[in-house]
Write a protein that binds this ligand. Sequence first.
Ligand SMILES: [Zn+2]
Length: 454
Amino acid sequence: MTAGQGGAQTKLVLVVIDGLTPSMLEGALGTETAPTLSALAERGTLGRATTTFPSLTPVCLSSIATGAHPDVHEIPHLVWWHRGEQRLVEYGSSFGAARAAGLGRTLRDTLVGMNAEHLGKKAVTLFEALADAGYRTAAVNFTAYRGRTLHRPAVPLLDAVHGPERFYFYNLFRADRTGAPLSFRNRAGGSIDAYAAAVGRWLVTRDGFDFLLLYLSDYDYASHAAGPDEATEVLARCDAAVGGLVSAAGGLDEFLERYSVVVMSDHGQTAVHDVARLGDRFRHEPQTLVTASNRAAHVYRLGAEAPAPRALAERLDGEASVEVALFAEGDDVVARREGAELRIGVGGDGPVLDGDARVLDHPDAVARAVAAVRCPNAGEVVVSAAPGWEFEDLGRRHHLGGGSHGSLIEGDSMVPVLAVGLGGTVPSALVDVAPAILAHFGARVPEYAVERTA
Ligand SMILES: [Zn+2]
């Protein structure tokens, strides 16, 4: 299945480096930190894209997989209130948060529940759409993996899940015995990405897929600890992981003869100087719950005694850690910032804005804000943190002195996209990546993505 000219191959490898900022990648190109990514950039196109909101990994990876914002894919945050089951869902903000939410429950929600139950039924993943079009899909460690092939776990206690045809997930699910080692004990040393890289090389050596999604998570982990644009060593390891794929094909020419390539991240990071416990702000409000982590939060009304959404948003006026509070009012979405408001109505040709436009003066912020509020699992108020601030999670953990993300601001919101063989263009929004890849394969683009760009 190759087009066979101009390097425009149909088979495609998508590499997602968690938390890599555009400035970090751009600064590394042409240096010894990133020889493979530099060589790819010389053959391809480098750009920047806007992610979704909240700009947190489960939300963003779901957007990469489905080409949808949370209004369609329904994953609202790292931590949220499940109205149907009347309980918290926590995807592992930190070990402390996982313990607070229940370790077994957190593991199950993260590894199985997010795909099997929480990911919206109207959303279509790349793995589903490409399998339906007859292509062989593969994924390594990517957490928004829903596909068409049933996989039984390699360990007891987990349910069978539907994933890509070739599905490798932290050694918990593995479609083939690759011999790749995995240890969670030496995460800072890069053991998770070393496993992903080894499986990736194994797959490329066998040319065992039409579409491969390789997910490298260690960069974000390091950047949280060291701060944005400091994790040079880990970027070098990510580059080496991509280099391993290239050499498994026999070199760059051979690799690009066989595959188109997209390398990108899921969100940015910004420095953390202050930490807030947002729940304290609502301690005396009845039937009100705050789910907070990193640089975003939801405020839920758990019953009729809770204040109305507008009143909850107004409680945040003067709260230094909060920049924007979003809520629905009638058919509109209202964004509130230091008492100023921007009202977003639905018009025939897109949103109708009324009020102070500076309230949402961030990349693609109107569309992202509306989609976050319209997510069926979102709180009645969705909160974007002020620059430099982070919210404590359920386990009271934070990244003070390091980096974080989750808000609407530019540093959290922009990601690098490097593409070779996508027709010389790069998508300018995270949600446009899946449609571009589906179009590249000639597969059906979901209706919600077609309508958004129409
Ligand atoms: Zn992160």
